[in-house]
Design a protein around this ligand. Structure first.
Ligand SMILES: [Cu+2]
Length: 152
């Protein structure tokens, strides 16, 4: 009886060890997998957060770019020409012409929307465009000097 018992005990011992052995690594494996999942989800959330930040940043940059600039664009009168010859501005923009030539020039709208006096050297003329459209203009002394303001 005694040897049988010890024998069965001996058989039981490894059996229980064998049973316990797979449970250990499996449990660890499971834990590792859960940890990996949490890590991946955490990373995904961080990536999403960064993306959202990036996109909102770009959106605000775009919004800034679309805002009409408060600066008054200048048309330079130089060497008997308007520069830029065609200037496109947002509605409500004040455009300033400045004469850099030594001789006088004027800024006269072809459709009689605006008209400056004769501008001597370094004199300026400004006009605020409150209606969308295309405004061709010329110099009354040199009618070949022409320009155009496009208001959007
Ligand atoms: Cu002129």
């Amino acid at each position: 009886m005694n040897p049988k018992l010890t024998n069965s005990d001996a058989r039981l011992q490894p059996a229980s060890e064998r049973r316990a052995a797979p449970v250990g690594p499996l449990a660890v494996k499971g834990k590792k997998m859960i940890t990996k999942h949490v890590w991946v989800v955490g990373l995904a959330a961080q990536v999403m957060f960064a993306l959202v930040l990036l996109l909102s940043g770009q959106a605000s940059i775009k919004a800034n770019a679309q805002q009409p600039s408060p600066a008054t664009p200048e048309v330079k009168i130089d060497n008997f020409s308007f520069g830029p010859e065609t200037l496109t501005v947002p509605l409500g923009t004040t455009v300033t012409w400045i004469n850099h030539d030594d001789i006088p020039h004027s800024v006269v709208s072809t459709d009689k929307v605006f008209s400056s006096k004769l501008l001597d050297k370094n004199e300026k003329f400004s006009y605020t465009f409150s209606k969308a459209g295309t405004y061709p203009y010329f110099c009354s002394i040199h009618p070949k000097m022409t320009g155009k303001i496009v208001v959007q």
